[in-house]
Design a protein around this ligand. Structure first.
Ligand code: FE
Ligand code: CA
Length: 521
């Protein structure tokens, strides 16, 4: 399509909406409007979401903060954009933080594309992305990275600079993209602007702060992302409709949650349909759980264990938030109706399991799945904010894997800022039961863990279904799947407080298809 035709379309759509047309050819910028970078995500075999959001400094300099701006997107077969596969114009509006979501449909499966955005005289950097293979395609390989927990002040995103070279098909982000905390000086290596965030404007600027990082921008531009969230995208330890514990309580927690969810939409390559109810004022819910096949080789699931969960059980003194509890002093933790995913998501997941014919079934969810007993003195001490606080829900999930004869379950997690590797048990009360899957809970990109090696060694001894734990390293994991084998490589940076840190392989594991057994390589 010719540039002149695009201009006509831009003008026409603005006119149709009764909005002032900000001429895409006329607008010049004294500040780069693409200062927050670009991204692609939510890949399927025939669609992708292309994302950008115009930076506030550029909008302010151009006196456009309250005005809509027409942004052209281009998806091409080549880096020169001489063979355009799809193009269009999106109006970036102040109502949605001047975010741009181009939902491109009708694409070819398993194909690499280049993309970019144009606003007036400004052209963004070029991103690379790819669609997934067709659901019935025989696929030999899938390489994905999983990452979580990128507290701004705790470190730099050097891990992402190393991830660039991993030759991935997709990045799975498992939560805590932002934290609602203020700076904690002198510990932090870089200042978090904006203090405690509780409002839409606050969440928007916190995302803008993160999106200003060049390593984060580069990894978004390099691969499509599949994303879910955890608590800190809203507030530490929040549980469904219940406020968590951090900062001063707000007057209306659900208004805060809506604002945070909207800001998540505005800053992530996700579909409008998933957030439509929320964005059109029809409800509080936003749907981030999803499932997408990668040929016959794998199905990737992203789960949401925050939005629909029951309150944590037995946190002392009626406080909100998390605690370590001993189930023998906490009858309510074992209540059979307790839910972490909510009824609708649980039912949906069981239906997906029942129809999956995939060789591997990879669940991207927030946190450690297997039981972790912290006690050093016998007895039990369990963290009530993760699956250990919802044992009946965990049992329903593993039962559903068994009943549907789910092929090769692989559970990926984050949240705890530590690497944990092990076997998924059908019954965590019976350490001798057979493993039904494998688990890789990833460490953080930057966020810190306070656990000592001695404590970790004791925890491994207490919980023999895990075979590896490490709390000292920041980094990410890479999972490579073939029809025969899974290989997981844990990559760590030497020092996340050093923006130029080198990386190393912390550990490597293999799982043969058909055997729920993790082997150290
Ligand atoms: Fe975290
Ligand atoms: Ca978390």
């Amino acid at each position: 399509m010719q540039r002149r035709e695009l201009l006509k379309i831009a003008g026409a759509s603005a006119a149709l909406l009764g909005l002032p047309s900000v001429g895409i050819a006329k607008q010049t910028w004294s500040v780069d409007p693409f200062s927050l970078g670009i991204a692609s995500g939510s890949p399927t075999s025939d669609s992708l979401v292309l994302w950008t959001r115009l930076g506030t400094p550029a909008l302010e300099a151009a006196a456009l903060t309250t005005k809509p701006v027409a942004v052209t997107w281009q998806l091409a077969h080549d880096e020169q954009f001489s063979r355009i596969a799809a193009t269009g114009v999106v109006l970036a509006t102040a109502t949605l933080g001047h975010s741009v979501h181009a939902e491109v449909m009708g694409l070819e499966p398993g194909r690499a594309y280049f993309y970019r955005f144009i606003a007036g005289a400004a052209i963004s950097t070029t991103g690379r992305t790819r669609t997934f293979p067709a659901p019935q395609a025989e696929v030999n390989r899938l390489r994905l990275a999983y990452a979580s927990c990128q507290q701004w002040g705790n470190g730099y995103y050097s891990a992402y600079r190393h991830m660039l070279a991993e030759n991935l098909d997709v990045v799975l982000f498992l939560g805590d993209y932002i934290y609602e905390y203020p700076s904690s000086r002198p510990l932090d290596v870089r200042p978090t602007t904006g203090g405690w965030i509780t409002t839409l404007e606050g969440y928007r600027s916190r995302y803008a702060l993160h999106k200003s990082d060049p390593d984060l921008q580069a990894i978004h531009a390099a691969y499509p992302w599949l994303v879910t969230w955890d608590d800190h995208e809203v507030q530490n330890d929040y549980a469904g409709t219940h406020e968590g514990l951090s900062g001063t309580p707000v007057e209306n927690f659900m208004a805060r949650r809506r604002a945070a969810y909207q800001a998540f939409y505005e800053n992530m390559p996700v579909t409008r349909a998933s957030f439509d109810k929320l964005l059109s004022g029809q409800g509080d819910e936003a749907r981030v759980f999803s499932r997408v096949p990668y040929g016959r080789l794998a199905t990737l699931y992203t789960l949401d264990d925050r939005q629909y969960r029951d309150l944590q059980a037995c946190t002392p003194n009626g406080r909100a938030g998390s605690a370590r509890v001993d189930p023998s002093n906490c009858a309510s933790v074992n209540q059979p109706q307790r839910t972490l995913l909510g009824d609708a998501q649980e039912r949906w997941l069981t239906q997906q399991f029942a129809t999956s014919r995939s060789r591997w079934n990879v669940l991207g969810q927030q946190t450690l799945f297997g039981r972790r007993n912290y006690s050093t003195t016998g007895g039990q001490s369990l963290r009530n904010d993760g699956w250990d606080g919802y044992p009946a829900a965990r049992r329903r999930l593993t039962d559903s894997m068994l009943q549907t004869r789910l092929g090769n379950p692989v559970i990926l997690g984050g949240d705890i800022h530590e690497n944990w590797v092990g076997h998924v048990l059908s019954d965590y009360n019976n350490p001798d039961c057979e493993a039904i899957g494998v688990e890789f809970c990833g460490t953080s990109i930057t966020s810190l863990s306070s656990a000592t090696p001695t404590q970790l060694a004791k925890q491994l001894e207490n919980n023999p279904h895990f075979i590896f734990a490490n709390a000292a390293s920041r980094g990410y994991g890479v999972v490579e799947l073939t029809p025969k084998q899974l290989t997981t490589t844990l990559v760590a940076v030497h020092d996340a407080r050093d923006p130029a840190s080198q990386a190393f392989v912390l550990a490597k594991f293999a799982v043969e298809a058909g055997r729920a057994e993790v082997n150290t390589l």
